[in-house]
Write a protein that binds this ligand. Structure first.
Ligand SMILES: C[S@@+](CC[C@H](N)C(=O)[O-])C[C@H]1O[C@@H](n2cnc3c(N)ncnc32)[C@H](O)[C@@H]1O
Length: 205
């Protein structure tokens, strides 16, 4: 495995010390912080909402979501134990207060968690899913009537540009439509060197 492949793998499933470093990079990088807080703003979280994040990484978006839902609950899934540890530390107060629950695992955990969600979010995770339309279908089944889903992506590969962000936004909109969402819409955040896109869709009431 080349060094680059090894590094990219750390963002897909952070493990060991390199994974901890990847988490620190994600937590400290200004573009990552902004992308996550902007994504949470796009969701329009209400104070009592039940919010799900898939692939929470070091837990930035979880923290912002918990602030927006002081009377609700934020539930997170990430298959990396290293990210679970970092996100747990970052969000220990919300967890201790019973306002946040974090799990190690992927979508299969949803059966154990149960219930529906008012808001579902992921940021820079969609590129790792083997069957994105199937994932969106499974998430739609757990989204409450009138609920909203947001999927953010910012291309990170060398030479990435606006066209890559646009191409992914179109693909995400297509997968969401396949999953049954009627009118996905894309919002843009101009970041350097590449914009981030957030594709949003609402469940019918
Ligand atoms: C590039 S990081 C993004 C982290 C965070 N969302 C952010 O923007 O700071 C991707 C995260 O998603 C997690 N992940 C990737 N695929 C996943 C899956 N199928 N199920 C659960 N977690 C997943 C990884 O472990 C990693 O923490």
């Amino acid at each position: 495995m080349s060094l680059r492949t090894h590094l990219v793998a750390q963002f897909k499933r952070p493990t060991g010390l390199p994974g901890r470093l990847a988490g620190w990079i994600m937590a400290g990088r200004p573009s990552n912080r902004l992308r996550n807080s902007w994504t949470i703003d796009q969701l329009g979280i209400r104070p009592g909402d039940r919010v799900l994040e898939i692939g929470f990484g070091p837990g930035l978006a979880l923290a912002w979501a918990a602030k927006k839902a002081p009377n609700g609950k934020v539930i997170g899934l990430d298959h990396s134990p290293v990210m679970l540890a970092q996100a747990t530390k970052r969000n220990r107060l919300a967890i201790a207060a019973g306002r946040m629950e974090l799990h190690q695992g992927g979508l299969e955990m949803l059966d154990r968690i149960g219930g529906s969600f008012d808001r579902i979010v992921s940021a820079n995770v969609v590129q790792f899913w083997d069957e994105p339309a199937a994932v969106f279908r499974a998430l739609k089944a757990r989204l409450a009537p009138g609920g909203r889903i947001a999927t953010t992506f910012m291309p990170r590969h060398p030479g990435a540009g606006r066209a890559d962000a646009l191409a992914m936004a179109e693909r995400i909109e297509g997968w969401m439509k396949e999953a049954g969402f009627a009118q996905p819409k894309t919002a843009w955040l101009d970041l350097e060197p590449v914009p981030a896109v957030c594709v949003l869709a609402d469940n019918a009431l």
